[in-house]
Design a protein around this ligand. Structure first.
Ligand code: SF4
Ligand code: SF4
Length: 700
C-alpha cells in the first residue's frame, strides 16, 4: 500500500526513486559480490525443488531473432525506457542499462552484444524462526530469486528477439558475463564496505539478471560512491510522487508472512458463499466444453479456430512468455495416490505454512478449500478420457495483473494479453514449485495452470474465500484488487485447514453497478439480474460473444476491459483502501461510490502509464498493427441503449460437447438454443424456493 498516488509517475522509472540518486562517471570499484542467503536451509526447504525450474528456464535464454526488425523508434532513450518498463512489469525492483565492455565477458566464446539491460530482483521476506513456513522458506532466497531472475531473463530476451534483434538472457547461475560489473556500471548497485554489492532502497538481499543485446539502448551512469543509497529527504522516504515508502519494511515486519500483504483477515467469513450453490445439481463438464477449447476445435467458426492459438501471443512480449508457459506443463505433477505419511498432522499449521510459502514465492492471495468432485472437469479434451477427482485439497492463488498498466490501457489494446500471460506464467511457476514441494514431503500434488488444468478455478476461488461472484460473471471479485487477477490452483493430499468464503457486500454493489456491462466491447455482460446456471447463482455473461471477441478482435490482443473498468480496480493507496472499507461497512454509500467513479473519470486511460509499443506478430515478425489499436475511454450514458439491444445466450451442460468428445470433432455452438435457454433460466429466488434448506444448499 502506498501513501501517495503514483499516477503521474512514468512506469519506466520503476517503484523506487532511482532518479534521485547521485551518479558518477568514475565508479570507485568495478564490481562486487552478489548477496547470498543469510540462513542455512533445512532438509524440508523448498530450494530442493527449485533447480528443476531453473534448469527448464535456462533452456530458453538464447535463440535466433525474428527474420526482420520491428518498426520501433531508433531513439535509444525510448528503447531503453521501453525495455525497463517491461522489466518492471515483471516485478524487477531496479533496472539500468550500460554498454558491455570486452572485459565483462568471462568466456571467449560469446555473442558480440554491445548493450546490457541489467535488472535487480529483491529477496522475499522470510518468516522468523518459529513462524509458519520457517523450515520451508528460510535460507531459500537465492534459489527463489534466481528462479525469478531466470524468468525475467527468458521473457525480456525473448521479447527483444521477437522484435528482430539479437538478445540473450543471463542470471547468476547461467551467464558468460560478470553480472556484478554490469550492475555497477548501469547504476543499479555499487560495492559496499565488505565488497558485496548493495542496491539503493533495498534492505533485503537481491539477485541480478541481464539481457545482452545488439538492440541499441541509452546507457545510465554508475551510482556515486559517496552518495546516499536512500536519500534523507522526507519526500523520498514517504514516497511522495508514488514511489514505495521506506516504511514498507516496518509494515511488512508487523505481519507474519502467512497473512500476506493484504489484510484478508479483516473481511467477514461466512459458512457458504454469498451466492447459491446447489451442489447436487451441478453437472461436471468436459474440458472440451471450455469455450477457448471450443474455439480451437472450430465450434465458433473458422476465424476463431484460426486465431485461437495466436490471439494471446500476438504481441512480442507475450510471445516471450510462451516458452515458459507451455514448457512448465510437464512439471505440474501427478494424480497418483502416495503411501500415507505420518508427519504433518497439524492441519492449521500446514495451511499457514503453505500460505507463507505461496506469499514468499510471489502469490498475491492464497486460500485453501476442499477439492470437491464437482470442481473437477469430467473428461479430457485431447483423447476424451474421463477425469476422476483425485485430491482432497485445493490451494488457490490469485496473481494481480497490476493496476498501473491497467491504468494506461483500454483493456483490449496491444498489452492486454501480456497482462494475462504474465499472471498465468507467474502463477504456473509458483503453483508448480509448491506442488513439487508437497510431493517431496510425501504427498501427491498437481498444479493446474491456464496451460493445463483439470479443475475449474472459479468454484475453488469462491470456496477458498478469495473473492465473490460479480456481474462480470466468469470473473470473481476480490476486495483489495477487484477483478484484476488471474488464478492458479494446485490440488494435493497434503492435509490443511480450509478457509471459509467471504462476504464484503459485492452482491449488493454489483446489483447497483452496470459499468462492466456498459463498457464491454461486445455487449456480453448482462444488464439483468442473476440466474441459475448449472447449479450456481451467477450473473451469466455470454461466453460465446466474449470468447469470439477476445480471440478474433484485430485492434489488440485479447481483452480484459471489464476488469479495467470496474470501480474495484483501484490503485492500492491509503485513500482507496478507505473507500473500499466504506463500501464494505456502509451499504448506503455504495450508490454514491458508483456514481462518483464515473464522475471522476475512472476508467479513462492514463497516458503517463502507456509504456508498451503497439506491435503485432505476423508470420513471425513484429509489425505495426494493420487494423490499428482499440482507443477507448468511457462510454457514459449508453446503458439503456445497450441493455435494450442486448441478446445473450447461455450454454449449460446440455448445450456443451458431450464427455468423451475430442478436439478433432467439431460441435457447432447452438446459439439459438442458448438464447432461448437464457430467457427461460430459473431465478435464484425460485431456486431457493424450490430446494428449501436441503443439505448443500445455501438458504437466502
Ligand atoms: S469481451 Fe472483454 S469486456 Fe467483454 S466480457 Fe469479455 S473480457 Fe470482459
Ligand atoms: S464494474 Fe460494477 S457491476 Fe461490474 S463487476 Fe465491477 S462493481 Fe460489479
Amino acid at each position: 500500500m502506498r501513501l501517495h498516488s503514483n499516477r503521474e509517475r512514468p512506469f519506466h522509472l520503476g517503484p523506487l526513486a532511482l532518479e534521485r540518486l547521485r551518479r558518477t562517471t568514475t565508479p570507485a570499484a568495478a564490481t562486487g559480490g552478489v548477496p547470498r542467503d543469510e540462513h542455512i536451509p533445512s532438509e524440508d526447504a523448498v530450494l530442493h525443488v527449485i533447480p528443476e525450474y531453473i534448469s527448464l528456464f535456462s533452456r530458453y535464454l538464447a535463440a535466433a531473432p525474428a527474420a526482420a526488425e520491428a518498426p520501433v523508434s531508433p531513439d535509444p532513450t525510448i528503447r531503453a525506457n521501453n525495455l525497463k518498463a517491461h522489466a518492471y512489469f515483471l516485478d524487477a525492483a531496479l533496472v539500468g542499462c550500460c554498454q558491455i565492455q570486452p572485459d565483462d565477458w568471462t568466456t571467449d566464446d560469446n555473442p558480440a552484444h554491445r548493450y546490457a539491460c541489467v535488472f535487480v530482483v529483491e529477496f522475499g521476506r522470510e518468516p522468523q524462526p518459529g513462524e509458519p513456513g520457517d523450515r520451508w522458506i528460510r535460507g531459500c532466497n537465492v534459489a527463489r530469486t534466481d528462479m525469478r531472475c531466470a524468468e525475467l531473463a527468458v521473457v525480456l530476451s525473448g521479447y527483444v528477439r521477437a522484435m528482430g534483434f539479437e538478445a540473450q538472457g543471463h542470471f547468476c547461475a547461467a551467464t558468460q558475463l560478470d553480472l556484478g560489473r554490469l550492475a555497477v556500471r548501469s547504476g543499479v548497485a555499487r560495492p559496499g564496505e565488505t565488497g558485496q554489492l548493495v542496491a539503493p532502497y533495498l534492505r533485503r538481499g537481491f539477485r541480478i539478471g541481464v539481457i545482452s543485446t545488439n538492440y541499441v539502448l541509452q546507457t545510465d551512469l554508475p551510482l556515486a560512491q559517496d552518495g546516499s543509497l536512500e536519500p534523507d529527504d522526507p519526500g523520498v522516504q514517504q514516497g511522495v510522487g508514488g514511489t514505495l515508502p521506506a516504511s514498507r519494511y516496518e509494515l511488512d515486519e508487523s505481519r507474519p508472512v502467512h497473512l500476506g500483504r493484504y489484510p484478508m483477515e479483516t473481511i467477514k467469513r461466512v459458512d457458504e458463499p454469498t451466492t447459491l450453490i446447489i451442489r447436487e445439481e451441478i453437472q461436471r463438464i468436459p474440458k472440451r466444453g471450455d469455450f477457448f477449447t471450443r474455439a480451437g476445435a472450430g465450434d465458433l467458426g473458422e476465424a476463431a479456430k484460426r486465431e485461437r492459438f495466436r490471439f494471446a501471443m500476438k504481441h512480442p512480449y507475450a510471445l516471450g512468455m510462451q516458452p515458459l508457459i507451455q514448457n512448465m506443463v510437464p512439471l505440474q505433477g501427478t494424480r497418483d495416490k502416495f503411501p500415507p505419511v505420518a508427519a504433518h498432522q497439524d492441519e492449521r499449521a500446514n495451511a499457514e505454512a503453505i500460505k507463507a510459502l505461496g506469499y514468499f514465492l510471489g502469490a498475491d492471495f492464497v486460500g485453501v478449500c476442499r477439492a470437491e468432485p464437482w470442481m473437477y472437469y469430467s473428461h479430457d479434451h485431447l483423447d476424451g478420457h474421463p477425469i476422476d477427482a483425485y485430491h482432497d485439497y485445493a490451494v488457490v492463488m490469485l496473481i494481480d495483473q497490476g493496476f498501473e498498466t491497467m491504468d494506461g490501457a483500454s483493456g483490449d489494446d496491444w498489452i492486454s494479453a501480456s497482462q494475462s500471460m504474465r499472471a498465468y506464467m507467474r502463477g504456473a511457476e509458483i503453483a508448480g514449485v509448491m506442488a513439487a514441494h508437497c510431493r517431496r514431503l510425501g504427498y501427491s500434488a498437481r498444479a493446474h495452470s491456464n496451460a493445463h488444468s483439470e479443475v475449474i478455478h472459479n468454484p475453488a476461488i469462491l470456496m477458498a474465500g478469495l473473492a465473490e461472484v460479480s456481474r462480470i460473471g466468469d470473473t470473481l471479485l476480490n476486495p483489495f484488487i477487484g477483478p484484476r487477477s488471474k488464478s492458479v490452483v494446485f490440488t494435493t493430499d497434503f492435509p490443511m485447514e480450509i478457509d471459509k468464503p467471504i462476504d464484503f457486500g459485492m452482491q449488493d454493489f454489483c446489483s447497483q453497478c452496470l459499468k462492466c456491462a456498459r463498457e464491454c466491447p461486445c455487449n456480453a455482460i448482462t444488464f439483468g439480474p442473476k440466474v441459475m446456471f448449472n447449479g450456481y447463482e451467477i450473473w451469466k455473461a455470454d461466453v460465446e460473444k466474449c470468447t469470439k471477441y477476445r480471440v478474433t478482435q484485430t485492434k489488440g490482443s485479447a481483452c480484459g476491459r471489464c476488469m479495467k473498468m470496474c470501480p474495484w480496480n483501484r490503485e492500492d493507496t491509503v485513500q482507496s483502501r478507505e473507500l473500499m472499507l466504506r463500501s464494505v461497512h456502509s451499504p448506503a454509500s455504495r450508490a454514491a461510490i458508483i456514481r462518483a467513479d464515473d464522475e471522476e473519470g475512472n476508467g479513462t486511460r492514463n497516458p503517463v502509464k502507456r509504456w508498451w509499443f503497439d506491435l503485432e506478430m505476423v508470420d513471425g515478425v513484429a509489425v505495426k498493427p494493420k487494423a490499428g489499436t482499440n482507443e477507448r475511454d468511457l462510454n457514459l450514458g449508453r446503458e439503456q441503449k445497450l441493455a435494450a439491444m442486448q441478446k445473450l445466450a447461455l450454454f449449460p451442460p446440455q448445450l456443451q460437447p458431450k464427455g468423451g468428445t475430442t478436439v478433432s470433432q467439431t460441435v457447432p455452438v447452438d446459439r439459438l438454443a442458448g438464447m432461448k435457454l437464457y430467457t427461460e433460466a430459473e431465478s435464484p429466488a425460485a431456486a431457493r424456493e424450490r430446494v428449501g434448506d436441503r443439505e448443500g444448499v445455501k438458504p437466502s
